[in-house]
Design a protein around this ligand. Structure first.
Ligand SMILES: [Zn+2]
Length: 104
């Protein structure tokens, strides 16, 4: 088991859990029903933890979290200024000529 994500808003964690489930990744929320020691001292920032069941899902899960939860804006595709080829927004260099886009 590995911790994949932490957030103080349980709703965000549950939507992350749902997104992982859609990608066939089993996960569970830790600390959901426990009151952390810090709460007794007036600390309200309770960080809930999302854990994945299978360690081999970690790379995929972190990509899913990154693209769906942390940074959900779809990236626009871009045209390579060197060779004119269209690249997907997630590509950091041109797939055809490995040129780096000028406008980042
Ligand atoms: Zn190119």
């Amino acid at each position: 088991m590995k911790r994949i994500y932490t957030h103080d808003n349980i709703v965000v964690l549950h939507s992350a859990k749902n997104v992982l489930a859609l990608n066939n990744i089993e996960s569970f929320v830790k600390n959901e029903h426990t009151i952390p020691v810090g709460a007794r001292h007036g600390i309200s920032n309770i960080f809930h933890e999302l854990w994945i069941l299978n360690d081999q899902d970690y790379d995929k899960a972190s990509r899913v979290i990154e693209t769906e939860i942390v940074n959900p804006e779809p990236k626009a595709s871009w045209i390579c200024s060197n060779c004119g080829e269209e690249n997907e927004g997630s590509f950091e260099v041109c797939w055809k000529c490995q040129d780096v886009p000028l406008s980042t």
